[in-house]
Design a binder for this molecule. Structure first.
Ligand code: SAM
Length: 198
């Protein structure tokens, strides 16, 4: 598969990943993000549903969303307009100097961003999140690790062994058993994974 034109997908309303709400697993995991007061990052935040849920839970913390699609960014800014602690940047997650400013990062919420990054950039993603987080910082989220090999999605799933191998150098990894709350269409395809920066 070639790189995805994310902006066109949003402009054409071709966004099957967008369920109009935050990921159901975020509610059960949100306490894991409360271990410090530093900023929470949402890479590939899309229209901002997860940002909104985090902003409601942590009204005193800086929440930073970043997305390549301007249409998604504008929608996320509108969705989170009542929360001045939310920033949404139209930028490439990998180019941290263009969106992070001087904020200290405490946690990263991952929801269908890792799977949206071309597989060739997976080590770059692992390196970026590792560099952003201090020791003890959390990268938590849902990862598509349990899809059939022949079914690629959405758009690039990643088997559990590969995921562990790419992150194990910098993180202690807790892998859920797949019984978390999720959308019906994703049942059995993803895992909740919490990685703590070593
Ligand atoms: C599958 S969508 C998920 C969006 C959102 N997390 C959600 O669940 O609704 C993947 C998102 O990642 C964004 N994205 C892909 N690569 C990115 C990158 N390098 N930097 C920032 N955003 C990126 C896309 O524009 C898209 O909004």
């Amino acid at each position: 598969m070639n790189e995805v034109d994310w902006e066109s997908r949003y402009q054409n309303a071709d966004t099957p990943w967008d369920k109009g709400e935050c990921h159901p697993a975020l509610t059960g995991l949100i306490h894991r993000f409360a271990t410090n007061e530093a900023a929470i990052i949402v890479p590939g935040c899309g229209r901002g549903w997860d940002l909104l849920a985090l902003a409601k839970e942590f009204p005193a913390r800086v929440l930073i969303g970043v997305d390549l699609s301007l249409s998604a960014v504008l929608a996320a800014r509108e969705l989170c307009a009542d929360f001045p602690n939310v920033q949404v940047h139209h930028a490439d997650f990998f180019e941290t100097t263009s969106w992070l400013g001087n904020y200290l990062v405490g946690a990263i919420w991952e929801h269908t961003c890792f799977c949206a990054i071309p597989p060739a950039l997976r080590d770059d993603y692992a390196k970026s999140v590792s560099q952003l987080l201090p020791a003890g910082g959390i990268l938590g989220g849902v990862f598509f690790t349990d899809m059939d090999d022949e079914k690629s999605g959405p758009p690039w799933n990643c088997q559990l062994d590969e995921l562990k191998q790419r992150f194990a150098g910098s993180f202690a990894i807790e892998i859920g058993d797949g019984s978390h709350a999720t959308f019906p269409s994703r049942q059995g395809e993803e895992r909740v994974i919490v990685m703590t920066k070593i």
